[in-house]
Design a protein around this ligand. Structure first.
Ligand code: PLP
Length: 386
């Protein structure tokens, strides 16, 4: 409400010094909560920006990586050689972003994952794909690793992928949109080990960090690449502060010119709750997801398909025959959602149709989880009777 009410239109520093300065401050705060290396922080050698969504962050980082590579290769005609690597679990937004920055869809290489490795991307497979492409005269550009994939919460091995990215000089981006929030807990921070090898990292406080839509943090080690790619210098925006290069103009860190005072939201969340309460929020959601997982595991009619990751459980009603699995669970999901008492979503992972239970909103309590499980059992019973 404050962010809308103040109606700040912060194109550049001069149009709202407060919005700009506070944004840099909260990005450093958030980065410190995640124990990001100082190479990503303003207090070190990098910096961060708030975007509305990971989609925007993906477009901007891909544009920065593209322009850096094209400069080295000597011209735009090389754009068709640039290759992007991601797992088959990576959010579709990176595919869309690659296309938006002019990389042909056929240059987007999916690395296959499987249930046996928890749908995590293998660095050996990435290496093989890169080697193969280099032999074909292509230029590996960008590797996207995810901490907490959308469908099932899979976690890519950042340190191993970082080494491959370094060796072949790829831009490594870490998409921690969902599970980045969990890395404020000391016991979960290890998922970010190796982050020092990345070029950029993004996470969405609007997913699991009690922050209202829309809010995506993007940190970048060498912000000059972002600015080189996205900066514009129209006469109407010229001002002394920008000319002396003494300030930050966030218009050069994003697609749009106009921008809101998003920093206020994250500032309020961090100040209002404090680290201890935010850690408590993540831990209590994970413990509710564990509670849900235990309910499922105890009921023979169901099975956990992908072991819980963070606060996300992928499960299904066991089919009598595998071929019936998708239809049975699709009907169960419809029965749950049409009750109006809960709303769940599904995914297909490794060819298996699963129902997803993701705990993460501000007001969820154990009693809601218990009621949800009762509802699922009731609807499953109805289906099985049929
Ligand atoms: N990356 C991951 C891992 C996600 O789970 C999502 C959304 O579900 C996104 C990216 C896209 O985020 P946004 O809606 O902020 O673009």
């Amino acid at each position: 409400m404050l962010c809308s009410g103040f109606n700040v239109v912060g194109f550049n520093w001069i149009s709202s010094p407060a919005a700009t300065e506070l944004e840099s401050i909260v990005l450093d705060w958030m980065g410190k909560l995640l124990k990001l290396p100082s190479s990503f922080l303003f207090s070190g050698t990098g910096g961060g920006v708030l975007h509305g969504s990971t989609c925007e962050a993906a477009v901007c980082t891909l544009a920065a990586a593209r322009d850096k590579a094209l400069k080295e290769l000597g011209g735009w005609e090389n754009i068709t050689k640039l290759m992007v690597y991601a797992s088959d679990q990576t959010h579709f937004t990176f595919q869309k972003a690659a296309k938006l920055v002019g990389i042909p869809p056929s240059n987007f290489r999916f690395i296959e994952t499987s249930l046996s490795t928890g749908f995590s991307m293998s660095s050996d497979q990435v290496r093989l794909a890169i080697e193969h492409d280099i032999k074909s005269g292509l230029v590996p550009l960008f590797l996207c690793a995810t901490i907490g994939t959308t469908a099932c919460g899979a976690i890519d091995p950042i340190a191993e992928l970082g080494k491959v990215a370094r060796e072949y000089k790829l831009w490594l981006h870490i998409d921690a949109a969902y599970a980045g929030s969990a890395c404020i807990c000391p016991e979960l921070r290890h998922f970010l080990d190796g982050v020092e090898l990345a070029n950029s990292v993004s996470m969405n406080p609007h997913k699991w960090f009690l922050t209202n839509m829309d809010c995506c943090c993007l940190w970048i080690k060498e912000p000059r690449f972002l600015v080189d790619s996205l900066s514009t210098d129209p006469e109407i925006l010229r001002n002394k502060a920008s000319e002396f290069k003494a300030v930050l103009d966030y218009k050069d860190w994003q697609v749009a010119l106009s921008r809101r005072f998003r920093a206020l939201k994250l500032w309020i969340v961090i100040r209002r709750h404090g680290l201890a309460n935010l850690v408590y929020h993540i831990r209590s959601d994970i413990s509710m997801a564990k509670r849900f997982e235990a309910f499922v595991a105890k009921d023979d009619r169901f099975e956990i398909v992908v072991p819980r990751k963070f606060a996300l459980v992928c499960f299904r009603l066991k089919p009598k025959q595998e071929l019936e699995g998708a239809e049975l669970n699709c009907r169960l999901l419809e029965a749950i959602n049409s009750s109006g008492r809960a709303f769940m979503t599904h995914a297909v992972v490794g060819g298996i149709y699963v129902i997803r239970c993701a705990i993460g909103t501000t007001m969820t309590e154990e009693r809601h989880v218990d009621a949800l499980w009762k509802l699922i059992q009731e609807k499953a019973q109805g289906l099985l009777m049929e």
